[in-house]
Design a protein around this ligand. Structure first.
Ligand code: MAN
Length: 354
């Protein structure tokens, strides 16, 4: 497998993004959805901003208030025995039944634009900013599917009542229309197919189940992109392999001569995130034809191994032209990078089921 990482990687880093919020710093510009529009490559960046704490003994947890312009800051003392600060992304409450208390940053969506797909200019303002009670902890990991002249974007909506996936749409990447939550909590990693198959829209999704089951990939159908049903379990974890801890859809699936190719992420139980592929039946995407036994891309470069949360490559979008896939991906929950792969080589690398 030839994997060509761009010499310019990382393409967008937090230091290249001006904070939008007063008193905050940008700690991540990563996990971007990707769209081609008017001759440009657009990254719909997940920008994460964190309040700068004046006191090293205090962590400030930001919470968006739907009725106020700026997030509210909750002061958490590092010596408070209720709280566990060991994961830089979240503050855990050891006394709460879910274990969860706050996120350490607020994420929203901001666009980076490029003519050549390598050098990007980041917009000054957010494109989609958290609003309403279901997004008070932020919106994350957007994906973009083009259907006709409309680009649908959908993202994790995070709040104290759970993480679901909400839908919005745009024609021009300047204004956006909201369509509400399409997958209720707990769910992430939705990927809407770019065309109907046998008269139905399809979407991958990833319930994060708490009672029975594991974080695995499901598929659902819809007539209108808003109401989803006929859910089926699509792919599971594999003990002892690169995708033994959790899996979820990554880039928007695309058609190849052998079927739908889905570039998905898999993590080990130690949270090392790699990218691999699933090949789905061209006429029935709920049937898996083949899968990667070994990752296509794993954290190896310095910028993939080290950062806010290291050992992570996480794609939310790719551009396909002929046999070339330009896979854009978040690195170490910090920055954006891109690697080119060949469709034919990916198809050859898979293990086919009988
Ligand atoms: C996980 C990580 C974080 C994210 C939260 C909430 O902890 O993916 O980056 O902010 O979930 O979605």
């Amino acid at each position: 497998m030839n994997v060509y990482r761009y010499e310019e990687n990382p393409l967008v880093t937090p230091s290249g993004v001006k904070p939008y919020l007063d008193g905050f710093e940008v700690i991540g510009a990563f996990n971007a959805g990707i769209a081609g529009h008017d001759g440009e490559v657009l990254m719909l960046l997940r920008v994460a901003e964190r309040p700068v704490s004046p006191d090293p003994g205090i962590v400030l947890a930001p919470v968006c208030d739907p009725n106020a312009p700026a997030p509210r800051l909750v002061e958490l003392r590092r010596d408070d025995p209720r709280y566990d600060f060991s994961d830089p992304r979240v503050v855990r409450d050891v006394t709460a039944d879910t274990g969860f208390a706050y996120l350490t940053s607020i994420s929203y969506i901001r666009i980076a634009r490029s003519r050549d797909g390598r050098r990007f200019t980041v917009d000054d303002e957010p494109f989609v900013y958290p609003s309403g009670p279901l997004e008070t902890f932020g919106i994350e990991d957007p994906r973009v599917t083009r259907i006709g002249d409309t680009h649908y974007l959908y993202f994790s909506a995070v709040s104290p009542v759970g993480i679901g996936v909400s839908l919005a749409s745009t024609e021009d990447f300047r204004t956006v229309k909201r369509h509400g939550m399409i997958f209720g909590p707990d769910n992430k990693d939705v990927l809407i197919f770019p065309e109907k198959v046998n008269g139905k829209y399809y979407a991958l999704h990833r319930p994060t189940v708490r009672s029975v089951g594991r974080p695995e990939i499901w598929i659902a159908e819809s007539d209108n992109l808003l109401y989803w049903g006929n859910h089926k379990h699509l792919a599971g974890l594999r003990e002892g392999m690169w995708d033994s801890g959790r899996i979820g859809g990554g880039a928007v699936p695309f058609r190849t001569e052998k079927g739908w190719l889905e570039l998905y992420h898999g993590a080990t139980k130690e949270h090392r995130y790699s990218m691999g592929a699933l090949l789905l039946d061209p006429d029935d995407p709920s049937r898996v034809i083949a899968r990667s036994d070994r990752p296509l891309l794993e954290p190896e470069a310095e910028y993939e191994r080290n950062g806010f949360f290291g050992e992570v490559v996480f794609s939310c979008g790719a551009l396909v032209e002929g046999d070339t896939v330009r896979m854009y991906y978040g690195v170490a929950d910090t920055s954006m990078a891109c690697a080119e792969l060949r469709v034919s080589e990916i198809l050859d690398s898979l293990t086919y089921f009988g």
